[in-house]
Design a protein around this ligand. Structure first.
Ligand SMILES: [Zn+2]
Ligand SMILES: [Zn+2]
Length: 158
């Protein structure tokens, strides 16, 4: 599953507008970070975004990537998720969704599933307060890892 081109364009447009409104210059480096996160559907961490952008913009620094992402999070264009132990992962899908996380390669995929939205909570849970949204995280082995028979490939996806 990859992000459709029109959705990438839409996200890039929103992020550029938001950065501009914040008074940030749309430098080539920042735009490349925006493009990278807008097109990602596997929730990369800072390091992975940095390595990928660096292939196109060799002068980019990890700090620039980090700060651009932090601003996008502040502006509500990207969410920071702790889907796996270790560094935060970034998600440009800000609509309501659930996640499937592969415990072998660490890939996290978005799930849109009305069945998960409609999960029933027990009376005991309801006593804690009013439930407004439900975010479910499924953990398991992704179909790529299943096919590969379990080689450890953490960080190898690009
Ligand atoms: Zn996997
Ligand atoms: Zn997501």
């Amino acid at each position: 599953m990859s992000v459709a081109q029109d959705e990438i364009d839409r996200r890039v447009g929103l992020m550029k507008d938001a950065l501009r409104e914040r008074g940030m210059k749309l430098t080539h480096q920042r735009i490349e970070v925006v493009r990278e996160i807008a097109a990602a559907d596997d929730h990369p961490d800072v390091e992975r975004i940095f390595r990928s952008v660096r292939t196109r913009v060799p002068t980019i620094s990890l700090d620039t990537v980090y700060r651009t992402l932090a601003t996008l999070v502040e502006l509500g264009c990207v969410t920071r998720a702790t889907l796996t132990p270790g560094p935060a992962r970034y998600d440009a899908n800000v609509t309501h969704h659930h996640h499937f996380v592969c415990t072998r390669c660490g890939i996290a995929s978005d799930i849109i599933d009305p069945g998960l939205d409609a999960i029933c909570v027990s009376a005991g849970t309801k006593r804690l307060g009013r439930v407004e949204t439900v975010e479910v995280r499924l953990r398991g082995t992704c179909s790529d890892c299943e096919r590969d028979g379990g080689t450890d490939r953490i960080g190898q996806h690009s």
